[in-house]
Design a protein around this ligand. Structure first.
Ligand code: KG4
Ligand code: ZN
Length: 335
């Protein structure tokens, strides 16, 4: 079976094909450039750019891999969560394509895609595992009991970690999205120079909050000059990493899970990967991350999640093709 995956929930237009025997045989991502000048994603422009790119990207990439339409057995698309207009472009394209090919169209939850991305490499998985999902829009701890069975353990009460990286990067004059650039700048800085808060560590839950840290960074930036920015970046990154590591440790203890998976765009962060690996080894737990290209938004994870849905006979209900707000916990109810 071959599943064509389509991702268009935010500012990446992506197409992939997952083959149940060969794994990924196509994996293309186009990152929209149009938003950089605005310092954030402009939803209307995102939808228009998806519309401009998606259909031709599907045709061109299939052709380049010498794949025929008859090779496609199902079309899996991101139905949510995400920007309504952007999702609609992927949903309509996928539905039309599936209808014309006479194959099923499968609605995939984007968060489930991120969560399953680490499994794409065929690494051994130990259920149940804890997943820290850290992206531009979400920051959650999820207990994955099996594929399709997800329990929300805790989440951010305000900003997502990726959002905090992007807002700090903006204050420091780095482009958008600025997480990766901030990581590079932090390498040149002194992470001990400024005392920034480690939010909600004393609270005995797995909930998090990053808006206070953001304000502390703003005040620090206002009091300093550009030559201090590398130190601010390093201190900010350390505050985030230490907070997440402490919460990951709590999640492992609380659930008795022996594996932790880090997924989502921020899972690309080297300091975070390293620090979680060190903590986990002390707990005799293993850590799994997707390769960097499958941390940020991509269609490989959507094709793979769609394939998993098909073989499990799982059909999440999506009224009206898309669900811009679609909590992961609802998927278990559909299992
Ligand atoms: O998962 P993703 O591609 O999109 C969403 O679904 O939100 O995540 C994008 C986020 C952005 O906020 C970006 O700044 C952040 O991931 N990011 C990073 C790094 N690479 C991407 N944050 C910290 N360090 C990185 N190396
Ligand atoms: Zn994402």
């Amino acid at each position: 079976m071959r599943v064509l995956g389509i991702e268009s929930s935010c500012d990446e237009t992506a197409v992939a094909v997952y083959d149940e025997n060969q794994g990924l045989i196509l994996d293309e991502v186009y990152s929209q450039q149009i938003h950089q000048q605005y310092g954030g994603v402009v939803p209307e422009l995102a939808s228009r750019d998806h519309l401009r790119k998606l259909a031709q990207m599907i045709i061109k990439s299939l052709k380049e891999k010498e794949l025929k339409w008859s090779d496609v057995d199902a079309v899996a698309y991101t139905a949510g969560p995400g920007l309504a207009g952007a999702l609609m472009v992927g949903a309509c394209t996928s539905q039309a394509l599936a209808f014309s090919l006479g194959v099923p169209a499968v609605a995939v939850n984007h968060l489930e895609g991120h969560l399953l991305a680490p499994l794409l490499g065929g690494e051994p998985i130990r259920f149940p595992f804890v997943c820290l999902l850290v992206s531009g829009g979400h920051t959650q701890f999820v207990l994955v009991k099996s594929i399709g069975q997800y329990e929300l353990l805790g989440e951010t009460l305000d900003d997502a970690v990726g959002e905090a990286f992007d807002k700090t990067a903006k204050l420091l004059g780095l482009g958008y999205p600025g997480g990766a650039a901030l990581e590079q700048l932090a390498k040149k800085g002194d992470a001990c120079r400024f005392a920034l808060p480690r939010p909600m560590l004393k609270k005995p839950t797995l909930d998090m909050s990053f808006s206070g840290l953001k304000t502390a960074v703003l005040l620090t930036v206002q009091k300093h000059e550009e030559q201090d920015y590398a130190d601010i970046a390093a201190c900010f990154q350390s505050a985030i990493v230490e907070t997440l590591v402490a919460k990951c440790q709590r999640a492992l203890k609380q659930t008795h899970a022996k594996q932790i998976v880090i997924a989502g765009g921020v899972a690309a962060n080297g300091q975070l990967r390293q620090a979680i690996a060190t903590m986990a080894s002390k707990q005799s737990a293993s850590v799994l991350y997707p390769p960097i290209k499958h941390c940020t938004d991509n269609a490989a994870m959507i094709a793979f999640a769609g394939y998993q849905q098909i073989i499990a006979g799982r059909h999440p209900k999506v009224d009206g093709l898309i669900r811009p707000r679609w909590p992961l916990s609802e998927l278990s109810a559909n299992f």
